[in-house]
Design a protein around this ligand. Sequence first.
Ligand code: FE2
Ligand code: FE2
Length: 381
Amino acid sequence: MDEKRLRRALERALLIALATPPLVAAACASAPNSSSTSGSSTLTASGGSGGATGSGADTGAVMDGGTSDADAAPGPCDGVPFVPEPADTCGAYVRFPCGLPPQVKPYADCYIPLNQCGFLCADLAFNCHVVGDACLDGGFVPDAEAGVDVDCATCPGGVGRIPAGLRRAQARPRARSAVGEHFAQVARLEAASIAAFARLRDELRAHGAPESLARRAERARRDEVRHARLCARVARRFGGAPAPARVEAIGPRSLDEIAIENAVEGVVRETFGAAIAGFQAARAADPEIASLMRSVARDEARHAALSWAVARWAAPRLPRRAREEMASRCRRAIEGLRQAAASVPVAEELAIAAGLPGREAQLALLEALDLGLWRGARGME
Ligand SMILES: [Fe+2]
Ligand SMILES: [Fe+2]
């Protein structure tokens, strides 16, 4: 997949997605997973009395013990963060040993109404859903004895290239607007991408890749420095405060690990991110955001093309099992984006000011990319 062909496929996908009707805010307002927190009652991980109330901004307290005092000792039923196998860089996983609080009611495909994710997830969650044994054939099967695992999706679809070892944010970003909150999270993920490309540059060199690939990774790193700075500026303009992106150092990795991460984060997520940015460039009502997204879309398409080039170089050097694993992780990543797009409402303010595509447009983008790029790619089928 050379850059020219990838850009043509992105343009085709964009044309299809832009033909979908603009987001109708009323549809979100009445959705079961509306981001409104009105009417939220007091919730704790144990479902008992007391604990964090109302605003999702209190989630840290719930995670830390189910009271409004973050320093209180955790209760036996409070959520415990864990790392799934394989690790998911876009999900913060929490196990609730006694099951979900009774007020939390998952709906289709085990997704939890967005206004309740704030009580279960410490990070800003773009969606959250039950995973593991408690989600059977798309239906929630409560099992208080075994506990319930929840995946809190922490990456807006396709934003940034998330490096292994990215630490969870210490606190949910607070802002006076959805746009400020969104760009605070985006700025953090763009900052995480700086580390991702620095690591990719070094790992490519360590594994003897052509120097041209390492140089492209270095250029992408510099792009991400600019993206992080400009997104932080937009966040601050709308009252948001980006948290720093802390990435733990990791030891040398095998080519298998690098190639699989590249496939998920680059071939799938950055490619989708480039399409989303292109959509925002066309639709954002805010001129500063529209102009920012125009340059981000161009850069992200180049980053996506680099990911495809890295995949092309690495694939023939991988054992068959690793190639199969890469293909299966790609399919899962695409499916994850599709599920998130299908279930997460986009706030009206974000759809208008930032031009974020709604459900239909995101699904159209994904379908066009799947047909035009992913499905036909060697090793992805
Ligand atoms: Fe970026
Ligand atoms: Fe990027």
